[in-house]
Each structure stands twice: as structure tokens, then as C-alpha cells.
Design a protein around this ligand. Structure first.
Ligand code: CTP
Ligand code: MG
Length: 228
């Protein structure tokens, strides 16, 4: 089944502290956003990419798309103040597709086999997310750092992107969140509130999001062993 993907890349990258949007940081001489776009460019099931960007970075993004010959971007859309607003803007530009994926521009190491598993689950269930079991022991603590409890680890999942949906499901979830002024940290949290069941597809630990400087060290190590 074919799909379209909304890629939010309109953040500031504040926690990365690189003095620019982290999408433009180079890994093995190639910008992060190009690594991410290439995954979908190469996937024959991806019929279009909606790239969400900052208005004042449009020229830079257009240059990169031309330089690296990225052909599948059907729309360059301007983002909003929060990730959720950026995704909403992108979603308005999905055309002729039953399935939409949302995938962070800052998550360049997703494997196509997981994308296909995810799409299959979304076709069957309406909503599916990629996640991995939590490996660490998790504790809840008060603001003054006293432990309140150790959270039972079984059943805890660290959630990634892509997240995949029937377009009608994600649209309904976003419209409801707007009406209720709810801001979530991922798309699935909006869908859960519909309410509607969300299915987990188990991914791998290499699909990291580049958030802080340390992640760039991991990213270089992942790329060294990357086969695509
Ligand atoms: N994003 C976006 N629009 C926003 C905020 C984030 O499109 N208003 C995008 C980012 O560009 C990134 C993805 O959403 O690809 C995940 O967000 P995050 O990792 O938080 O990136 P930033 O918001 O850029 O980073 P920070 O929170 O550290 O400023
Ligand atoms: Mg952010």
C-alpha cells in the first residue's frame, strides 16, 4: 500500500545548541534532513513527501532539494510555533492518499522494513506507531529529587516516528485537539483521545532522534555501519 509522509523540519533545534536548525547539521558531509528524505525518496511505496519548514529557511531547503536531487517533495509547507501545528499544516497538503505517515526530520536512521510493517498495521487498524521496549529502570521523583516510586517497566515503550494513520483518523484527531486546545508530544496521543486504538510495531534502537550534541556521536557511529 502506498503512503504519503509529512516530515516536520520547522523546529529551532534549541537543545542541540548548534546555532542553526539541526536539520542542516552535516553527518558524513550530508545534511541531516537529506539523510531522512533519502529514506523516503528510495522507498517505492512512498508517493509523496510534504516537507514542513521555517519560512525564513525556504531558500536553503530549496537549494538542498535541488543539490541532492530529491524529487518526491510535493509541497514545502510553513510550520507553526509547536511541532503539532507544523504537522497540522503539513496534513492539509496530503492529496490522493489513504495512509499518511508523520516522521521527524531529525530522525534519519529509520529502516524501510519497519516503515512497511507500520503501513501494514495502519491499513489494518487505522493507527500504528513505531516503538521500542524501555531498557532503563524508570523512577518517578518529586521536584526536589526524592524518589516517589519505581515504575513497573513491563509494558513501557519508548515511542519513535514514523507514526502511520488513515488520513481520516489523523485529520479527525488533529481537529479535535484544536477544538479542545490540547497539545500532545506525538500524533498518536491525539488519536488516543478520539478515542481510538493505536497499535505498536516494534522497531529498533538505532532509530534515534537527534536532540542533543551527544546524539551526533551516536549518529556518526550508526552511519559507519549503515547499509542501505
Ligand atoms: N518541529 C517542527 N515545528 C516545530 C517544532 C519542531 O516542524 N514548531 C520538528 C523539528 O524540526 C524536528 C521534529 O519536529 O524535526 C522533532 O522536534 P524536536 O526534536 O523537538 O526538534 P526541535 O524543536 O527543532 O528541537 P528543540 O525542541 O530542541 O528546539
Ligand atoms: Mg522541539
Amino acid at each position: 500500500m502506498n503512503y504519503q509522509v509529512v516530515i516536520p523540519a520547522a523546529g529551532q533545534g534549541k537543545r542541540m545548541n548548534a546555532g542553526k536548525n539541526k536539520q542542516f547539521i552535516k553527518l558524513q558531509s550530508i545534511p541531516v534532513i537529506i539523510h531522512t528524505l533519502r529514506v523516503f525518496e528510495k522507498d517505492p511505496h512512498c508517493s509523496g513527501i510534504i516537507l514542513v519548514i521555517n519560512k525564513d529557511e525556504q531558500e536553503e531547503f530549496e537549494k538542498l532539494l535541488a543539490t541532492y536531487n530529491i524529487q518526491k517533495v510535493t509541497s514545502l509547507v510553513h510550520g507553526g510555533s509547536e511541532r503539532q501545528h507544523s504537522v497540522y499544516n503539513g496534513l492539509q497538503n496530503v492529496r490522493n492518499s489513504e495512509i499518511v505517515l508523520v516522521h521527524d526530520g531529525a530522525r534519519p536512521f529509520v529502516k524501510v522494513e519497519f516503515i512497511h510493517k507500520l503501513v501494514k498495521a495502519a491499513v489494518e487498524n487505522g493507527a500504528a506507531i513505531l516503538a521500542v521496549p524501555v531498557k532503563d529502570t524508570i523512577k518517578r521523583a518529586s521536584i526536589d529529587l526524592h524518589v516517589n516510586e519505581t515504575v513497573e517497566r513491563s509494558g513501557l515503550w519508548a515511542v519513535q516516528t514514523p507514526q502511520a494513520f488513515h488520513v481520516s483518523v489523523l485529520t479527525a484527531a488533529h481537529e479535535q485537539a484544536r477544538r479542545e486546545q490540547y497539545l500532545g508530544t506525538d500524533e498518536a496521543s491525539l488519536v488516543e483521545r478520539l478515542p481510538r486504538q493505536v497499535t505498536i510495531v516494534e522497531g529498533d534502537y538505532l532509530n534515534i532522534k537527534l536532540t542533543t550534541q551527544d546524539d551526533l556521536l551516536f549518529a556518526e557511529a550508526i552511519l559507519k555501519n549503515w547499509k542501505s
